[in-house]
Write a protein that binds this ligand. Sequence first.
Ligand SMILES: C[S@@+](CC[C@H](N)C(=O)[O-])C[C@H]1O[C@@H](n2cnc3c(N)ncnc32)[C@H](O)[C@@H]1O
Length: 258
Amino acid sequence: MSRTTLHTNRSSLSHKVGYAVRNPAKIAPYVRRTARDTWLRLRHPGHVAYYRAVMASDAGRNPEAAVGSQTHERWLALGQMQFDYLVEHGLTPKQRMLDIGCGNLRAGWRFIAHLDAGHYYGIDISPDILISAKKTLTTYGLQDKLPHLTITQDLKLDFLPSGHFDVVHAHSVFSHSPLPVIDECLAHVGRVLAPGGFFDFTFDRTEGTEHQVLREDFYYRTETLIRLAEKHGLRARFMDDWETRKHGQSKIRVTNPE
Ligand SMILES: C[S@@+](CC[C@H](N)C(=O)[O-])C[C@H]1O[C@@H](n2cnc3c(N)ncnc32)[C@H](O)[C@@H]1O
């Protein structure tokens, strides 16, 4: 990420005007998205209800685009990137994984194929994307792996056992989450982590002012998220080796103290 990108405040009027001048073809889609999101926010108060409605609208058109991939090649590449990273960090078939905001299994199908049967647990707030996840599962013939795919309303994780998951993963989820949602997750994730387990999450990083766009995309400073994890008694560290991948977001790893 360039220094300029890291200091851009996408919610500022000057950025919006400059961006519009440089990208006139994007003005009409942006206006349409703003109108749709305003309508959805009015109809669905509360972030989770609103974002679920955004996902319903996006997934109805194209589930791969709804999880952020404009082409199938990109969908495959983004899943591969997540999978390769965790395997490089030691993910073995015997381990148990919780995939928070699993979407339509862009990476999930690779984890399911890699892990022993029943060792993958995907949760998401969007029923529409979970229906698409089941299609992905069928496409890749992974029925015998019997993954869990569960709808959730919050990130209290209260329906999951303590000390169970070696790896908890949330890719491109906190980039779409206001701080209270992240706070809730960090308040509870330590309980479900197995001894020695870790929680990796990506986020849209800013080194300038924290901001959000259409309440769909949220930009945080690294220290904000690290402090939030520490507030809940967790250790958190910025993952430098993720920065070398061709992905616009950064990654933090959270663990329980020894
Ligand atoms: C950009 S997609 C990424 C999906 C998947 N992690 C991947 O990399 O392909 C974000 C997903 O997170 C889900 N999501 C957003 N907020 C969530 C929350 N608070 N709890 C659980 N899932 C959430 C969305 O419904 C969506 O499926």
